[in-house]
Design a protein around this ligand. Sequence first.
Ligand SMILES: [Fe+2]
Length: 237
Amino acid sequence: MAGQEIIFEQIRSSGCLSYFLGCKRDKVALVIDPEEAKIEEYLGLAEFFDTKLVYAVDTHTHADHVSACKMLRDSADLKVVMHAATDAPYVDLRVNDGDAIRCGTVELRVIHTPGHTEDGMCLLAGERLFTGDTLLIGGCGRTDLPGGDAEKQFESLKKLAALGDSIQVFPAHDYRLAASTIGEERKSNARMLIAAKEEFVRFMTSRKPPLPRKFQKSLEENRSPSHGTQRGLGEGI
Ligand SMILES: [Fe+2]
């Protein structure tokens, strides 16, 4: 992945972070964890950079905001990509651990990271790691919502820790900072500093934070079919 050919934009919306990645050479782009309120911004970026949006990727089934994948699929004629474990019915490409999502010179390697949700995945693009809600800066995603599993979250964080300290971390939420590295998180993230699985599970299961404000609406929207024509369900990448 040649750095100068890559377009990289981080988009914020009330605590959520999404990402626009594009290939200048082939004039194609994708979005990661797009949010409903930012659809016009993604389409505007695609136009500004003279690229066609070909994929919208959700790192997991979001329970705190409405994903824009379904709407972008209808308005931009792109393919929606999620992990094979998802039960979202509007997904075109279901990917598995080790798969590569290619968009011109952009290549995202899929790392299945269940724990926050069963369909959680992180995406490695060169030195950039898009961690969804698996690894947050100074924290990790909660494990008490549907599909959550603290033991699996522990294993997933270990998997990420092994990727190397120089890897840059780009999460789906920016409660503290907008970016970090695996090395920084290994040193300072209280969740990653817990060495024993039993202690991690005890910590994660002892907390019961309130449900996200848009919990019910988000899950209903993010699990319901597209208004447009269904196509290509279950296709691999
Ligand atoms: Fe989440």
